[in-house]
Design a protein around this ligand. Structure first.
Ligand code: 3PG
Length: 306
């Protein structure tokens, strides 16, 4: 039986070694398709795969049609907006993610982006500090919780909004719950985004939302570019010369933002949040273990297309 790891952005070698060990110990064969540049390579590689491990690689009906033997696809990571869940269900393919496995890595990067930005991108001028600033954590899932933990080490005052999380869970983490996104943006100097890209959240971070933030505000995005209304963001940054945007997911309008807002806009050239050896090992090996547990024990605990 063939388990295919198809990663346009590859895992660290040590993670691939770990995945191989799990897969081979179970008696399966591992095949690697890394850094592929053409979708045709993916379509060819999935032809005889029964299990597939991916990262942000897109699995849609075209891929599923090309993979007649496929039983399971595991997104080694949190967000599964790159998998067409309906199409997977139609093809009788179980789709899973590996929640929590790479969240510390993403949270560390979010704080790193904050330091980088408040120190004026290390350009030699005087910046500001994170200590004492109000941090708004937009969605209090695995990444949001890690952000709160690290931000508290910096002495930040943490607030969170998450319609699906109880006040008690936030209070237990020393975080102040607020009860609407508007309240979070009105209250906080810095907002860190940790919402998934869904039909409800797409373009939800718009002019009306951002314009409520206090003077000198900053938005940090280590979530998805789709949640931002990019035209509104550009308009807001035009109207608010005090506003900064730093992101780990390059916007479609990157060139425009770079040209117009130099000194208060930064995007990583490639999404780097989960790109650590530790996160690759955690998420990659979890994906391999979930595949083995699925085939050997029928374990569907992490299934997301039910
Ligand atoms: C996730 O959803 O887990 C992160 O965005 C990481 O994505 P990546 O695997 O493409 O780095």
């Amino acid at each position: 039986m063939k388990v295919l790891v198809a990663t346009e952005k590859p895992f660290a070698k040590v993670a691939v070694d770990g995945i191989r060990e799990v897969v081979e110990k179970a008696g399966y064969k591992l095949e690697l398709l890394e850094k592929y540049t053409d979708r045709a390579q993916l379509l060819e590689a999935v032809a005889d795969a029964e299990a597939l491990i991916i990262r942000s690689d897109v699995v849609d009906s075209e891929v599923l049609n090309a993979a007649p033997k496929l039983k399971i696809v595991v997104r080694a990571g949190a967000g599964y907006d790159n998998i067409d869940l309906e199409a997977a269900t139609k093809h009788n393919v179980v789709a899973m993610n590996t929640p929590g496995q790479n969240s510390n890595a993403v949270a560390e990067l979010a704080l790193g982006l904050m330091v980088f930005a408040v120190r004026n991108f290390y350009n030699g001028t005087s910046g500001t500090e994170l200590k004492g600033k109000k941090l708004g954590i937009h969605a209090f899932g695995n990444v949001g919780r890690n952000v709160a933990r690290i931000a508290q080490g910096f002495g930040m005052e943490c607030y969170a909004y998450d319609a699906y999380c109880s006040d008690e869970a936030m209070i237990a983490a020393n975080v102040k719950p607020v009860h609407s996104a508007n309240e979070l943006y009105q209250t906080c100097d810095i907002v860190s985004l940790h919402i998934p890209a869904t039909p409800e959240t797409k373009q939800s971070i718009n002019y009306a939302m951002l314009s409520q933030m206090p003077k000198g505000a900053m938005l940090v995005n280590t979530a998805r570019k789709e949640v931002i209304h990019e035209e509104d963001l550009a308009r807001l940054m035009e109207d608010r010369p005090d506003f900064k945007y730093v992101t780990d997911i390059m916007p479609a309008i990157d060139a425009e933002l770079r040209e117009k807002f130099a000194g208060r806009y930064f995007a990583t050239p490639k999404k780097m949040g989960a790109q650590t050896a530790e996160a690759n090992i955690n998420a990659g090996i979890a994906a391999a273990n979930q595949i083995v547990a699925f085939f050997k024990e029928g374990d569907t605990r992490f299934q997301v297309n039910r």
